[in-house]
Design a binder for this molecule. Sequence first.
Ligand SMILES: NC(=O)C1=CN([C@@H]2O[C@H](COP(=O)(O)OP(=O)(O)OC[C@H]3O[C@@H](n4cnc5c(N)ncnc54)[C@H](OP(=O)(O)O)[C@@H]3O)[C@@H](O)[C@H]2O)[C@@H](O)CC1
Ligand SMILES: Nc1ncnc2c1ncn2[C@@H]1O[C@H](COP(=O)(O)OP(=O)(O)O)[C@@H](O)[C@H]1O
Length: 279
Amino acid sequence: MESEWMPWAERDAAAYVAVPTERDDKYSRGVLGIVTGSAEYPGAGVLGVEGAARTGLGMIRYLGDATKLVLSRRPEVVTLPGRVQAWLIGSGTDSGELGLLGTLFSDALASDEPVVADGGALEMAAEAPRAGVVVTPHYRELARMLAHVGERVSAQTIATTPSVWASRAADILRVTVLLKGSTTFIAEPLGARIAVSGAPGWTATAGAGDVLGGVLGALVATHADGAFEPGTLARLAASAQVLHATAAQRASQGGPIVALDIAEALPDAVRQLLAIRGD
Ligand SMILES: NC(=O)C1=CN([C@@H]2O[C@H](COP(=O)(O)OP(=O)(O)OC[C@H]3O[C@@H](n4cnc5c(N)ncnc54)[C@H](OP(=O)(O)O)[C@@H]3O)[C@@H](O)[C@H]2O)[C@@H](O)CC1
Ligand SMILES: Nc1ncnc2c1ncn2[C@@H]1O[C@H](COP(=O)(O)OP(=O)(O)O)[C@@H](O)[C@H]1O
């Protein structure tokens, strides 16, 4: 029998926006370690950083391979290693050519912090499943992850029945899965099943997924204490998808957008959600 998919609306997502209080400083708000971007795809590093920064968090430590480009766009970013509350790894990297990035990915996956894994870190996340990990593949990437653990399914089959495969993948891979598409399906191993729709078709543009990784990284870093409780990572993932879709809608207004437009519309999307909450 197919799983029950719970919808997730702006009102639900609003509860997962962390608003700083007078007692907060940049560390208590949450620090996100980001290891994304490579010589081949430096732009993905910038897009994830922008997504996270515009969602709201205390600080970003960027340790990927696009430091120069990231700093030229966001001088607020710190490029030294140090304590973080969560990790975003893998967007804009190739799993076959990781070099030193591979060590950083395995350190993050072996750490006690929650991890958002994308792009070239997906196969490593599939190899070493643990609680507190959420993966954000599109259909082809999910097919590759499943092949990596011996489950053969084509990207076309996943595209035709994404809810079935998001659900199955979470149970097989034993990590929380956010499967990207026109409807995004979020599944926790033997747990929550959430479906989020409503993003405009204009969202299907290069780098939009890299921005989503940043949004989710920021939400996880600002809720790191609860991230290991059953269902929390799935609800944070659904909230990130809602914020991303709201930002895309605001940026698009029925017309074309680029990924950076989505990142730039995030503060307004956050305000829209907080207004629903009554803040
Ligand atoms: N600005 C940045 O830095 C950006 C960086 N990005 C980063 O890039 C990394 C790889 O992500 P990805 O999703 O593109 O790669 P992947 O899943 O291997 O798919 C390759 C498949 O696509 C297909 N294909 C290619 N061209 C096609 C065409 N014209 N028309 C139709 N099909 C076409 C091709 O098919 P084939 O040519 O083999 O038949 C193959 O199957 C990832 O880390 C991501 O973060 C992106 O986010 C973009 C912005
Ligand atoms: N038809 C669509 N309608 C709405 N959103 C879409 C559609 N197709 C893809 N998306 C969204 O666009 C983003 C694309 O991400 P991804 O495939 O990772 O691309 P990239 O790697 O270039 O960033 C995801 O957030 C996905 O959910």
